[in-house]
Write a protein that binds this ligand. Structure first.
Ligand code: ADP
Ligand code: MG
Ligand code: MG
Length: 248
């Protein structure tokens, strides 16, 4: 699904990713943890192709193709999805318009007919109910005036509608209460399949009680410094990140 080798990237001319390696196979769920400012969100943005993130070395292959050469839209069409740590507001564009345009673009890419409006609406309303948001949100501007938790859930709806091959969730759990966390976990778990891979960037091991990762990685100063299974997350919670650098 995704093979990253020795990835180096700059933000505003400053090196942030400093030789990152990561291999993700179809069906796997990976958690990426690490201290603030270690480059977790940068990795997400680099993968999604956000402008301003300059790759200075290494390689990224997504479903066998060179990701670095792909435009942002092409990455999305090929099935890469990033749920932002800080979801953007798009005033004046309703969730309904936004979702329909996204789904239509994907259908077109696959050479299929656009979804008819009735089926689309039925499906979209279902998704809103699934993440415990009122379907009335469909008429509101994308994330416009939404609370933190509502934005995170709105991002999940986009993910559920688009059914990406590779979903990257950047701190989708932060700022959520325990009920909202379970809603998020259920939505993510409903997407788990042998053909899909999920990357969860998170500060807290709490989310991993509900979404069991196959692998846990620690990102520190732009590199993955340790990988393990779920027990690594528990160990981090107990001992903090300082422990990793001490034993390096
Ligand atoms: P994390 O998500 O692990 O907390 P980030 O990837 O957001 O870390 O940030 C890594 C480093 O890159 C930080 O030092 C941050 O200040 C810097 N950085 C990220 N985005 C920008 C930006 N747009 N302009 C300048 N510096 C940035
Ligand atoms: Mg952070
Ligand atoms: Mg971040």
């Amino acid at each position: 699904m995704l093979t990253i080798k020795n990835l180096q990237a700059n933000v505003e001319g400053k090196p942030i990713l400093k030789g990152l390696d990561l291999e993700i196979k179809p069906g796997e769920v990976h958690a990426i943890m690490g201290p603030n400012g270690s480059g977790k969100s940068t990795l997400g943005h680099v993968l999604a192709g956000r402008p301003g993130y300059e790759i200075t070395g290494g390689s990224i292959f997504f479903k066998g193709e060179n990701l670095i050469e792909m435009e942002t839209e092409q990455r999305a069409r090929n099935g890469l999805f990033l749920a932002f740590q800080y979801p953007v507001e798009i005033p004046g564009v309703s969730n309904m318009e936004f979702l329909k345009a996204s789904v239509d673009a994907l259908q077109e890419h696959k050479g299929e007919q656009p979804m008819d409006s009735v089926s689309f609406l039925r499906q979209a309303r279902e998704m809103y109910k699934q993440v415990d948001l009122d379907p009335g949100f469909l008429k509101r501007g994308v994330n416009e005036g939404f609370s933190g938790g509502e934005k995170k859930r709105n991002e999940l709806i986009q993910m559920l509608m688009l059914q990406p091959a590779l979903a990257i969730l950047d701190e989708t759990d932060s700022g959520l209460d325990i009920d909202a966390l379970q809603v998020v976990a259920e939505a993510v778990n409903s997407l788990r399949s042998c053909e899909r891979s999920i990357v969860m960037i998170t500060h807290y091991q709490r989310l991993l009680d509900y979404i069991k990762p196959d692998f846990v990685h620690v990102l520190s100063d732009g590199k993955i410094v340790r990988s393990g299974d779920k027990s690594l997350a528990l160990e981090l919670e107990e001992k903090g990140y300082g422990w990793i650098s001490e034993v390096e």
